[in-house]
Write a protein that binds this ligand. Structure first.
Ligand code: PLP
Length: 376
């Protein structure tokens, strides 16, 4: 079977480094290594790293540093991966391979379409449960979810906070999803990569500890502004599951890069973590103000629900162009890259990232305004 292209990633991969303004990114302006290693001792330690293979499931200090953010878990519940993407991939592969008779995945939509794409590639069936927009909020259709979970369901997936809507699902909603999963004894794979990138002062509840068949996937790419470290993880409910997933990573990337393991341990130190998260939230708050004003100045063309987290806004557009056409014309005519709703199975929508440095964001939005003015 021919591999179905992961369209969102392919568009970004081809263009994000060629356009002048990249607003297709969902995280914040990345940090530099010098901001993490801000003392002579740390710089020296970085230079002294010997470039051998690290512990393949992540060094013990790194896994302990991750585990401290998941109460009740320890280093042996964690598998360190190359980005959240590998944690998602391994979870899908593991479920599909170990339980081939459970061939259905019940997948939240809209979403980052990686897990559904992998599942289909591995010969499984994907059933979508939709987010609905009501009362200025995106929430999952729980009746639809209930109707889709069957004896053949391997897992329900969640993306909280959600990409592309930036919605946060509260504990009550998560509890209802857990009840549905429990009734069918099915796994939940909860992608919580945007947790910590909240715009307002609401914290995202984690599914960790709410159910005994849940795997949390995450990484340093979004809330930490460190996507170039390619450092992610899976948090498993028990050591056996973590071991099983680990054996799958022996067939993919083997291990994280040694320098990245060390830098990630540093970034997860509680003091450094607090500094990074504050940077992320300050940037998000300020840039969301800019983005919101800009959107409201085009109120005749755009409708949106304000995101609660992540540097992205999901917008219904009424320009008369398809979102895909709009994205390609904007890229060619103004060298600005944004993401079309078609890549989230939501034609008619656009995802615009607002996490870049303030001046660049303002310039890029100015270019989109020019484009829109030329359309009319
Ligand atoms: C929901 C979600 N999960 C996973 C990923 C992949 O993250 P990483 O860069 O850590 O591999 C992304 C990237 O945009 C994402 O949006």
């Amino acid at each position: 079977m021919k591999l179905k292209v992961f369209e969102l990633e392919r568009l970004q991969s081809e263009w994000e480094h060629r356009v002048q303004y990249n607003l297709s990114e969902s995280g914040v302006e990345p940090l530099h290594i010098r901001e993490l290693t801000d003392t002579p001792e740390l710089k020296q330690q970085l230079l002294d790293i010997q470039l051998g293979y690290p512990q393949t499931n992540g060094s013990i200090p790194l896994r302990e540093a991750i585990a401290q953010y998941y109460p009740g878990s320890g280093a042996d519940h964690i598998l360190v991966t190359n980005g959240g993407a590998e944690a998602n991939f391994l979870s899908m592969w593991w479920l599909r391979h170990e339980k081939p008779e459970l061939n259905e995945l019940v997948f939240m939509a809209p979403n980052y379409m990686q897990m559904s794409g992998v599942w289909k590639t591995l010969g499984g069936t994907v059933n979508l449960y939709k987010l609905q927009m009501a009362h200025d909020k995106w929430s999952p259709d729980l009746d639809q979810l209930r109707s889709l979970v069957t004896k053949k369901t391997a897992a329900i997936t969640i993306c909280n906070p959600n990409n592309p809507t930036g919605a946060i699902f509260d504990k009550e909603t998560l509890g209802e999803i857990v009840d549905i999963a429990r009734e069918h004894d099915t796994w939940i794979i909860s992608d919580e990569i945007y947790k910590g990138a909240e715009i307002q002062d609401v914290r995202t509840p984690s599914l960790h500890g709410m159910y005994d068949k849940v795997i949390i996937t995450s990484s340093l790419s979004k809330a930490y502004g460190l996507p170039g470290l390619r450092l992610g993880w899976a948090v498993c409910p028990d050591e056996q599951t973590a071991k099983e997933l680990w054996s799958y990573s022996d067939y993919t990337t083997i291990c994280p890069a040694k320098t990245c393991d060390w830098l990630a341990t540093l970034a997860l130190n509680p003091k450094v973590q607090a500094m990074i998260r504050k940077r992320t939230r300050d940037l998000l708050k300020e840039n969301w103000g800019i983005m919101k004003n800009w959107l409201d100045s085009h109120g005749d063309l755009f409708e949106y629900v304000p995101p609660s987290a992540a540097a992205i806004c999901f917008i219904r557009q009424k320009t008369g162009l398809s979102s895909l056409d709009l994205v390609f014309r904007l890229m060619k005519e103004k060298s600005v890259l944004i993401s079309p709703g078609e890549h989230f199975e939501m034609p008619g929508y656009l995802r615009i990232g607002f996490g870049s440095e303030k001046k660049r964001l303002q310039e890029a939005l100015g270019m989109i305004t020019e484009f829109l003015n030329e359309l009319s």
